[in-house]
Design a binder for this molecule. Sequence first.
Ligand SMILES: C[S@@+](CC[C@H](N)C(=O)[O-])C[C@H]1O[C@@H](n2cnc3c(N)ncnc32)[C@H](O)[C@@H]1O
Length: 218
Amino acid sequence: MSSALPFFPKQIEHYVTETVTRETQVQKRLREETSKLSMARMQTTPDQVAFLAMLVRLTGAKYIIEIGTFTGYSALAMASALPEDGKLIACDTSKEWTDIAQRYWKEAGVADRIELHLSPAAETLAGFVKAGAHFDMAFIDADKAGYDAYYEACLHLMKPGGLIAFDNMLWSGAVADNNEQDSNTVALRALNLKIHQDRRVDSCMLTVADGIMLARKR
Ligand SMILES: C[S@@+](CC[C@H](N)C(=O)[O-])C[C@H]1O[C@@H](n2cnc3c(N)ncnc32)[C@H](O)[C@@H]1O
């Protein structure tokens, strides 16, 4: 989820989105359809998904797992950057939202690279751990209370050198304000600190969109 570029003036956001970020016609139409939904603010932003797609290309990722798919905007960008025999596992619980996603994935010609799992992400992840599956990259963008458990499961699933990207790790800046004590803020603040101290990964925080944390498994 990203409240569109919360740290940037509107003029810069408009310039980044409309002038310098590449977006296909299918991506644009999906973004515009999603923008009419009541939960539109959950959608990732064009610059953010361009960055995720660049990560897929830079790392040469072939197998990706996404936790939190919504209407499929980030999955579409990442799947489009995969090699033809690559696979993206998309995890969500909403049939309504992922029905929209599947329409656009098909239109973009990447539906065969995306496998949708409609059940609570903790269950889907546990199934992959049990099956001994391995991934090159993960994108975590679902319920914030679940992030720590998703991190642990994804760490298990990553090959050495595998990359885990987390959205919303600045939570509109609330994590930096100790007066903010709602459960999502507390969970994300604790996870930022945990990753910072975690010797199992190399990490860096990007002030892109609502804060993207990258953790690379050692
Ligand atoms: C912020 S949105 C994802 C946005 C998406 N990555 C995009 O590019 O637009 C969060 C999604 O997580 C899903 N979600 C929430 N709790 C979940 C859970 N326990 N398991 C799986 N998906 C969950 C919601 O249904 C919602 O679609």
